[in-house]
Ligand binder design. Sequence first.
Ligand code: GYE
Length: 325
Amino acid sequence: MYRRAFLTTTVLAAVTAMTSFGLNAQELPKLEKKETYKVGFAQTESNNPWRIAQTNSMKAEAEKLGHQLVYTDAAGSAAKQVSDVNSMIAQGVDLIFLAPREEKPLIPAVMAAKKAGIPVILLDRSVDPSLAKAGEDYLTFIGSDFVEEGRRIAEWLIKNANGKTKIIQLEGTTGSSPANDRKKGFDEAIQAAGGFEIVASQSGDFARDKGRQVAEALLQAHPDANVIYAHNDEMAIGAISAVEAAGKVPGKDILILSIDGGKEAVQAVVDGKIAAVVECNPRFGPKAFETMMRYANGETIPPVLINEDKFYDASNAAAELANAY
Ligand code: GYE
């Protein structure tokens, strides 16, 4: 008797708590239909050609369509990016495009926007799926399949290794979705193939000089390493300097593999210094704004929208150079 009353009270309390959170706790904020919008774009940093290409693509599309773009650059700080999003909320933007620097620290920003009734579209990086969900907390994720990028570069290596099997991995920003997933895709494919050894794997924070420093230290610690897999072009270009500083020849003594496919890296493939690059497509503008309009029109948006990426190696780099960003 007592127990039953207790249970009923507990269930009632839970239901009341859910309701006071808003009946729509599960529901995504709507986007009112308008001709043009005031939208936020919270960028992570601007220290490489990939980021600059992405920003330019977003700005150009907003301008073309007549939307007002509130642009912020978090300068490599997740904490600043959270406050950038809060300031967009305070400015009453209609929707926020967010490129979350790291998977966990940007969760409060996603939740604050949801609470304020502002839909969020994640661009290029994602957030921890156990803490925030597409279609519930944010609208969708638009970007590349990073696991697939890591797998594609591993498959190239498995086919073209020619005896080069000792790998140094330069990881991207710790806690970011591309670093986690590019490592996962690569490591799984390499392990499944057998015969390779990842002798070291360390973060170079997606940055050129950090990549160079980490590559230098790891080459000293592992003088038998003959492959460097960098999670982005900037670190791969830093690694070229590190290899040369160690008195070795990139492309001959050490195979360098990269992801991003900016012009400088594709040129390095033409020059034989980088062996292969998976493109990570930074041209987000058209798809980002089209997705926003489809949502405003009441269409159901899938939880993930994947960008197409090219692949460059010696067989096509010269021909493709002009198309690289
Ligand atoms: O590879 C890197 C950038 O999140 C996909 O971030 C993006 C990555 C890109 O800083 O160069």
